[in-house]
Design a protein around this ligand. Sequence first.
Ligand SMILES: [Zn+2]
Length: 169
Amino acid sequence: MPRRTPLSKAIPPLFLLRAGECCPQCGEGTNAFALLVSGLYDGVEDDTFNGFILLKDIKYLPKRFLAMLTEHCPGWRFDREEPSEPACLMNHCLRCAAKLTDTHIHAEPGSAFYPTSPDDCRNISVYLLPVEIQVRVVCGWSSGGLTDWLDYDLAKSWEALAADPSPTL
Ligand SMILES: [Zn+2]
């Protein structure tokens, strides 16, 4: 049996990002979501990284935390890119249900969570999550670019997201 991936811990304040994205399958506008944290204890590295960090390839989140997110983030749910791959928290097109993989929305320059300039960040809404404790997570992460450019002081409340579920496009 392979060794289980050690849990990491996301350090609050925690933010939800919502961005408009163009579906590669149907070409329609849809939403994509991502988690951004204020620091991370990385269980694999056994080290704590401070500063704003964008999470991706999320393979585990506590049930209650996940339920809170998915209630207000349509199309964001665990799914597998390929049947042989482990399940990840993945965005799906609101129109045609196509998979919007993290490889696409986090790693293609110009895509939802890979803005190429501070100006590009206008496409991204930032919401402050009502969570004040560290959250267990298994994930990959990155920092720089987007994490430096967002204005966290302008983060909207979680209630604001609940009140405005409409697509941003
Ligand atoms: Zn689509």
